[in-house]
Write a protein that binds this ligand. Structure first.
Ligand SMILES: [Zn+2]
Length: 380
């Protein structure tokens, strides 16, 4: 069924489910006419003439439709309704009790609080904006599904408060998206290699899975999201890396990723399809969640080619290692190197932060090989 069809049939079901039988006396019926009363949570909102019932239903469909604009066209709409109990009740009223039709649209579209959109300024990020506007970082991400938190710049618009209507529209949908499965890196020790040396014997390849999401939207924005089913389409193939005596795992729940000691990879490299909008977004690096202020080290010997503020990346360093290899370190809180400076492997170059458009303290680490980004997991 099409989205419109589902909406129509659902609204229809709501209306016809509850039709009040009108009890009238013969005397009353002479002066009373059949009409429809719009009732929300047991409260009468307005009364329209019998001939205007369909027009009211059409306005309700359009009203609900405004909250469906950003939904992926491949998604299956399962249910469209209101958070409130809403129905049109058949009644018999005196002609003077019928309200002018103009108020119908006005009442249905009534808003409790208008949306609030802000313009991004230098230094803003999801972390401090969420505190300023008293919502969670996750809410900010949900309200701006088209925005890549790492790639926004001063002047960009962000929704920090959604429009809050009186009649809340609840939409249930299901969507299947293909997602990548990260590969693991296996290390083979080789005593002939120095501590910091490593060689990729076999590059890892991401797998692929099909994920079925069940999502509910409240007034157009994600209210809940659950994975119903996952089907592996292609298993990932592990990377095999030859290393010297470099340690990969250290104590205390911290993982030594070489360039930083962190807690986990919070976002992997590659495409991600938004489960609601269906839009694809590319992540050029990996995000390693790490405590604010943790030291960031140079991946290997090289020359600093960029060091400073870089839009959504915040304080950022780019190092050229020669042989067509460059590495980028973003969202830093501090930078200890200058452009043109030579750095050695595992030299201290900066500190983990949340500058630029970042959702919390982490290191965005990017590997650029011959001008194109590549999966950093093969290099860590
Ligand atoms: Zn990132």
């Amino acid at each position: 069924m099409t989205k419109k069809g589902v909406v129509a049939s659902l609204i229809g079901a709501i209306f016809f489910a509850l039709v009040f039988p009108a009890v009238v006396t013969i005397a009353d019926s002479l002066e009373k006419v059949k009409a429809y009363q719009f009732v929300v949570d047991g409260e009468k909102w307005f009364t329209v003439a019998e001939t205007e019932k369909e027009a009211v239903e059409e306005i309700l469909r359009e009203y609900q439709g405004q909250f469906m604009k950003n939904i992926d066209e491949n998604a299956q709409i399962k249910k469209v309704g209101f958070a409130q109990q809403v129905f049109l009740a058949e009644v018999e009223v005196k002609p003077e009790e019928i309200d002018p039709f103009e108020i119908v649209e006005e009442m249905i579209y009534a808003v409790e609080e208008e949306a609030l959109e802000i313009e991004v300024k230098k230094g803003d990020n999801f972390w401090n904006l969420s505190r300023k506007y008293k919502l969670s970082v996750n809410d900010l991400i949900i309200l701006n599904p088209d925005i890549n938190p790492e790639k926004i710049y001063p002047g960009d618009k962000l929704l920090v408060r959604p429009m809050n209507p009186i009649l809340d529209v609840v939409i249930e949908l299901e969507n299947t998206v293909v997602e990548s499965i990260p590969f693991k890196v296996k290390y083979r020790r080789d005593n002939r290699l120095y501590t910091h040396q490593q060689k990729i014997l076999r590059a890892g390849v991401e797998g692929e899975k099909e994920v079925l999401y069940h999502i509910t939207l409240l007034n157009g924005y994600q209210h809940s999201l659950a994975v119903l089913e996952e089907k592996v389409l292609k298993e990932p193939s592990d990377a095999l890396v030859q290393i010297g005596t470099r340690k990969t795992v250290s104590r205390g729940g911290r993982i030594n990723y070489g360039v930083v000691s962190g807690t986990r990879i919070s976002s992997y490299y590659g495409y991600r399809i938004h489960p609601i909008t269906g839009k694809r977004r590319f992540h050029d690096g990996i995000d390693i969640a790490a405590p604010h202020g943790n030291t960031v080290y140079a991946y290997t010997d090289g020359v600093v080619v960029e060091a400073g503020w870089n839009g959504g990346y915040g304080y950022c360093i780019l190092i050229d290692h020669g042989d067509g290899l460059k590495t980028r370190y973003a969202h830093l809180s501090r930078i200890f190197v200058r452009v043109g400076q030579r750095v050695r492997v595992e030299e201290r170059i900066g500190a983990v932060g949340s500058t630029g458009n970042s959702t919390g303290p982490h290191l965005h680490f990017e590997v650029i090989k011959n001008g194109r980004t590549t999966n950093p997991l093969n290099y860590l």
